[in-house]
Design a protein. Structure first.
Length: 117
């Protein structure tokens, strides 16, 4: 059943907030990328991204990010129109989604429909 409780802007706001927390945890010397809280934050962000893709398929798509410096393949979660967030920032995307997580949480059909050049 489609969750229409959250607007696209609210979902992007959640994704951006969780992404910032995930980066802080990942870069923290005591936590790091393998700590359970860091991994849970990344999975929660990915879950919200999947919800965004599923709830707004006409306005959200995935683009392969060929210009990143990370060791894994990343997808940029793109948005058709700019969103103004509560912190004053303007977003045209909903952060990056690792391809491996996209393959875990999206069906093959969902992934193929969302992918664009």
């Amino acid at each position: 059943m489609k969750n229409t409780h959250y607007s696209m802007a609210e979902l992007v706001e959640r994704i951006v907030t969780i992404n910032r927390a995930w980066k802080l945890a990942r870069d923290d010397k005591k936590l790091g990328s393998k700590h359970s809280i860091t991994e849970r934050l990344q999975h929660q962000k990915s879950s919200w991204q999947a919800t965004l893709i599923r709830n707004y398929p006409q306005q959200v798509w995935l683009k392969r990010d060929e210009d990143n410096d990370y060791s894994e393949s990343l997808l940029s979660v793109r948005i058709t129109s700019r969103l103004h967030l509560s912190d004053g920032s303007i977003k045209e995307d909903a952060e990056h989604l690792p391809l491996r997580l996209a393959q875990e949480i999206l069906t093959e059909d969902e992934l193929q429909r969302a992918l664009r050049a």
